[in-house]
Design a binder for this molecule. Structure first.
Ligand code: ZN
Ligand code: ZN
Length: 236
């Protein structure tokens, strides 16, 4: 079976694997969700990083984009570039309804946090607009947050921050400025439950960081103390 799986069409083979996660998603080797050699080939983002946006940056200083970015978010961190096997996994998780991926993907986030700690007391997933949630049936970020919360014994608050406006899908050609305007007032907090709390926002992928920052603005308006963002993958 281990030798046969990788030759099944890539995505079909992966889907099968998630139902029976005893084979590596990368090479099909028997043993677990991902074998150590495939784990080592994942597109990791390694320091030095821009302390704000978390993109690789020589010297670990603020990158040129962040010097003028009036961000509400303390910083964004992501273990991986949105590339290769990670890109496939996020796609499967988000669009092909393979919810069983939440636990192993959250484990990757947990591993990252263990060696790259940020201040946090409570996890808050980036919410979907209720219309999108109805279409998709689940919020992939909510599943990640719940699994990460279970792993690290952290509370998850997924009914305070809400997305009030559906945002048009962000075409690759939109500028950072346009993205920021698209999401600027998209989020709000229902109440002040997160007042004085150190929040870690959870999402699957960050592109410009505009969505996470718009969430941070809404959380700060409701009194949250600090807001960091953690995403599985980062477009660079
Ligand atoms: Zn492997
Ligand atoms: Zn930066």
């Amino acid at each position: 079976m281990a030798r046969v799986l990788p030759q099944v069409t890539k995505l079909g083979g992966m889907a099968l694997n998630f139902l029976f996660p005893q084979w590596c998603v990368g090479c099909g080797k028997e043993g677990g969700f991902i074998c150590s050699s495939c784990y080592n080939t994942l597109p990791s983002i390694v320091p030095p990083l821009c302390p704000k946006c978390g993109r690789p940056q020589a010297g670990g200083i603020l990158c040129s984009g962040c010097v003028s970015w009036q961000a509400k978010i303390e910083g964004i961190r992501s273990p991986f570039r949105f590339d290769g096997l990670i890109r496939q996994l996020v796609y499967e998780f988000k669009y092909r309804n393979i919810r069983a991926l939440a636990a192993p993907l959250a484990r990757l986030l947990g591993n990252y946090l263990a060696s790259n700690p940020v201040p946090l007391e409570v996890l808050v997933p980036v919410p979907l607009h209720r219309k999108r949630l109805r279409e998709r049936g689940y919020n992939q970020s909510g599943l990640l947050a719940r699994e990460l919360g279970r792993l690290n014994s952290l509370p998850v608050v997924d009914d305070c921050l809400v997305r009030q406006q559906p945002t048009p899908p962000q075409a690759r050609t939109t500028t950072v400025e346009e993205r920021k305007n698209n999401v600027a007032n998209a989020f709000a907090c229902r109440d002040n439950r997160l007042r004085d709390r150190q929040v870690l926002l959870i999402d699957d992928v960050a592109t410009s960081g505009a969505t996470l920052d718009a969430c941070a603005a809404a959380l700060k308006a409701a009194g949250a103390k600090t807001i960091w963002g953690l995403t599985l993958a980062r477009e660079i």
